[in-house]
Ligand binder design. Structure first.
Ligand code: URA
Length: 210
C-alpha cells in the first residue's frame, strides 16, 4: 500500500464487498450494502481532517473539546454511480456541501465530455472528496478532477469501491497529489473496460437497470 493508494482491509468492508460482488445479490441488498460500506470508507477517507478546539462545558467542568476546523467538506459525485456512495457518506457528514459532475464518453474520440457540472463555492478552502464506485480506466475520474482543480479545488481525495491497477496508475500519473481510498484493488480491466473480477456495472446493479 503506497501513500497514494489506501486499500481498506477492514473485515466488515471485505465481507460486504464480497456480498456485493455476488451476481445473485438483489438490487435492494446491493443498495443497502453500498450505503453501509460507504459509511466505513468515509470513516477512513476523512482521517486527517483538520481539527481545532472549542470551549464547552460538560456537566462537570469546562474543557477545550476537539471539533472539526474550517469550511464544510465538499463531496463531488461523478454521475450516475457516484450517487450510491454519496448517500452513505452524507449520513456520516450531514453538513457537507455536495456537487455533481456528469461526463459521457465521446464515441469517436473516446474522451470524456462534460454534460453537467454544479459544485459548491469556495472549493479552494474545502477538503473535496470525489466519489465514484469504480476506478476502471480512470478517464472520467481524471477528467472530473481536472475540472475541480480548474475551479480551485486544491485538497482533493478520491473514494471508490473497486479500483483496477490501470486506473490507479492513470490517476497517479495525472494527479499524484490526490490520494485514492478503495475497498479492493482488483486484477485487471477486460477489453470492454470492466474491472475483473469486479462486480459488473455498478450503476446497473444499484439502480436495477440493464
Ligand atoms: N464501471 C462499472 O460500473 N464497472 C466496471 O467494471 C467498470 C466501470
Amino acid at each position: 500500500m503506497s501513500d497514494h493508494l489506501t486499500v481498506v482491509k477492514h473485515p466488515l468492508v471485505q465481507h460486504k464487498l464480497s456480498l456485493m460482488r455476488d451476481r445473485d445479490t438483489s438490487t435492494a441488498s446491493f443498495r443497502r450494502l453500498l450505503r453501509e460500506i460507504s459509511l466505513l470508507l468515509a470513516y477512513e477517507i476523512t482521517r486527517g481532517l483538520d481539527m481545532t478546539t472549542r470551549r464547552i462545558e460538560t456537566p462537570l467542568e469546562p474543557m477545550d473539546a476537539p471539533v472539526l476546523e474550517g469550511k464544510k467538506l465538499a463531496l463531488i459525485s461523478i454521475l450516475r454511480a457516484g450517487n450510491g456512495l454519496l448517500d452513505g457518506i452524507l449520513e456520516l457528514v450531514p453538513a457537507a456541501r455536495v456537487g455533481f459532475v456528469g461526463l459521457y464518453r465521446d464515441p469517436e474520440t473516446l474522451r470524456p465530455v462534460q454534460y453537467y457540472c454544479k459544485v459548491p463555492d469556495a472549493l479552494e478552502s474545502r477538503m473535496t472528496i470525489v466519489v465514484d464506485p469504480m476506478l476502471a480506466t480512470g478517464n472520467s475520474s481524471v477528467a472530473a478532477i481536472d475540472l475541480l482543480k480548474e475551479k480551485g479545488a486544491a485538497n482533493i481525495r478520491f473514494l471508490c469501491l473497486l479500483a483496477s491497477p490501470e486506473g490507479v496508475a492513470r490517476m497517479k500519473e495525472a494527479h499524484p497529489d490526490v490520494p485514492v481510498v478503495t475497498a479492493a484493488l482488483d486484477s485487471h480491466l477486460n477489453d470492454h473496460g470492466y474491472i475483473v473480477p469486479g462486480l459488473g456495472d455498478a450503476g446497473d446493479r444499484m439502480f436495477g437497470t440493464k
